[in-house]
Every structure is written in C-alpha cells, then in structure tokens.
Design a protein around this ligand. Sequence first.
Ligand SMILES: NC(=O)c1ccc[n+]([C@@H]2O[C@H](COP(=O)([O-])OP(=O)(O)OC[C@H]3O[C@@H](n4cnc5c(N)ncnc54)[C@H](OP(=O)(O)O)[C@@H]3O)[C@@H](O)[C@H]2O)c1
Length: 372
Amino acid sequence: MTQATLSPGRRVVVRALGETPMGSLEANTALEPMAAPEPASLAPEDVIIAIKSAHVGWVDLLMMSGQYQHALAPPYTPGMEYAGVVAWKGPGVGDALAVGDEVLIDPFVAGARSLGAYQKWGGLASYGVAPARAVLRVPAGLSLDEAACLLGSYETAYHCLVTRGRLTAEDTVLVLGASGATGLAAVQVAKVVGATVIATGRSPDKLAIVRQEGADHVLATTGEGGGARPFRDEVKSLTGGRGVSVVYDAVGGETSLESLRCVAFGARYLVVGWASTPFVARGRGERGAPNANQLPTNLIMMKGLDVLGCPTAIATVNAPSLRAPRLAQVLAWAASGAIKPRVSRVFALDDYQEAMRARWQSDLVGGCVLRP
Ligand SMILES: NC(=O)c1ccc[n+]([C@@H]2O[C@H](COP(=O)([O-])OP(=O)(O)OC[C@H]3O[C@@H](n4cnc5c(N)ncnc54)[C@H](OP(=O)(O)O)[C@@H]3O)[C@@H](O)[C@H]2O)c1
C-alpha cells in the first residue's frame, strides 16, 4: 500500500505542559490535522497502524502536566495504548502480519509511555507506527476497544499482585480504587489467582459493577455527605477478625491510612499509585516531590508490614526479564477469557476533552477509549 492510499487523519497534540492535567487539557491541547505516515521515511520492519481504539489513561493525563516520572517534550501526541488495523507493512516485516490484521501495540515499545524512537506515535491519533516486534495479535474474543485497555492495566495488576505481592489463593486482598482501570484489573487478576477480594470505592453504584466483575465483597469508603468513613471493622469482620494479608493501594491519602488499620500482622502492602493525592510533584515538568506522600511508620512497624513499591514500567527497565512471562500470561489469560477489560465509555476523537475529564473525575468503571 502506498502513501496515496492512506488518507490524512487527525491527532491530539499537547503543545505545552501545564500546571495540572485539567489546566493543560483546557489551555494546551488541540485536535490537529495529521498527514498519514510516509512509508518512504520508515524502517523496513515498521508497520503503520490505522488506530481504531486508544485507551484514555490516568497516566496520559498526569503526563500532560509533566508531573509523571516519564515526560515527553511538547509538542507531542498522548496515548500510551492503542489497537487498530495494519494499514501498511515494510518490506522487512514477515508474513505473520498482513494488511487488514487487527492488532494491539506493545506500549513498552511504541506510544507515549515507551522509551525511544516510537514514543512520538501516541495513540490519540488516526495513525501510529511501530516496529513489527511491537505489533501483537488481538487475543481471541477481545474487541479492539477491549484490546486497547489490556496491557497497561493488567500488566500493572500482574506486576503488583503476582510479582511483588506474591499473591496466592490463600490471600485476602483489599483492592483500593477498585473501579479504576488498574483497580478493576487487579480484582480480575486476584480472582484468577484464587484470592479473596475485598474492593473499595467511593460510589455504591460503581461498586455494584465491581462486584459483578468478580469482587467477593465491596465496601464504600465514603459516608453520607461524601466524607471519608472508617471501614476497618467491616474488613475485620469479613476476615474473621484477622485483617487482610495484602493491600493493593492505587488511591493513597486517607484511604491508605484507614487500610493500614485493616491488615493482618505481616501483610504485604502494595504501593501502586495515589489517585487521591495526584499532585506530589511540581507541574509544568518541574517535578521534584514538594508534596510527597506519607505513610505512618508506627502502623507499619507494629503490624510488621512488608511495604512494596510497585512501579511496573520502571521495574521492567531495571529488570527486563520480568516482561516476557508477564506479557505472555496476560495475553494467555485474555485469550482464555479468564480476564476481560471492561470498556466503560467510548468517545469519538472529537470528544477527547470530555473523555479525559471523565477519567480525571472518575466517571468510569475500568477502561475508557477514544475511537479515532
Ligand atoms: N504502579 C504502576 O505501575 C501504575 C500503573 C498505572 C497506574 N498507576 C497509578 O495508579 C493510580 C490509579 O490509576 P488508574 O489508571 O487505575 O486510575 P483510574 O482509572 O482513574 O482509577 C483510580 C480510582 O481511584 C479512585 N479515586 C480517584 N480519585 C480519588 C479520590 N480523590 N479519593 C478517593 N478515591 C479516588 C476512583 O475510584 P472511586 O471513584 O470508585 O472511588 C478511581 O476509579 C494512579 O495513581 C496511577 O498513577 C500505577
């Protein structure tokens, strides 16, 4: 296929880093025309993907303020994960891939969270380019929307629960922020492992969906009026007075503190993220950690906790051998139907701002995609 047969497209562009993700969204982003990638400028092993679905992730938002540990120099196109159709393949790409194949892209190799030459091909666009080694078959039974929501969240859940948390069927895990993209993936992964899952969140309506997705028990963390409420007694009651053996903490703040009162002696405490206290760093890419999170050492010490930091991407850069078995397991679970991303909302590319606001305001349960 030649350049002439690929129509021009559009892409979201972040022109400058803002103080906050929402500030950046309003002031610094735009939907711009995009020329189709020019095959003559690509490597023989490259593949052009006509993007059909791109995940809208929390980290995509944090990156727009430069507060995330991985920052791109503007102007750039956000979008860490996407799926689509092969629109062109270079002469060095073997017969395993054909024009028209449905594929998802390895976000460690291409897209906005990757390191290296292909990070400029962010997913919130009509086209992406990736080397053939980063072009994966969509697991059987998954739609392109579901495929776009797979790797980031489920590899995170795997890294945190399985690699770091050593989760087994004997464990009871408290998943904080279970309605989130990584939280819902953690609920499903924990159930595949056979653990008992107690899931928390602020919204009873969203928790009802989390329960349908496999959580054994759900607990609201907010009471009447929307303020935080204690949930230790309920967790203790659900665990025969012992407390949970593992906490998956993607929320931080007051919810973290309360969860530290819900643990059994010697529990593993998995630090996944801090959705409730996102502004630990300075905006506009100045970084640092002027508002660093704090955990109470007295509770950690008296409970004999193992506190485990779980940065999936950074851990994989430090120990690349973590990747292959994790990726293989996530793809195998997806193909067997053991896990299945929940696509909560679908937006047109024109509505990218609405989609990003929905993610930031937690107006979702699980995945959220744009269809370029
Ligand atoms: N360790 C890693 O490798 C890794 C990978 C990806 C993401 N993360 C981090 O994990 C965190 C969650 O990411 P995500 O993609 O799952 O985000 P997400 O889809 O937005 O989910 C976060 C969940 O946290 C809850 N939440 C949000 N704001 C809150 C607040 N102010 N107070 C209490 N709860 C709040 C919401 O649940 P309710 O509305 O139901 O309460 C929301 O569904 C982020 O900090 C992200 O940076 C870490």
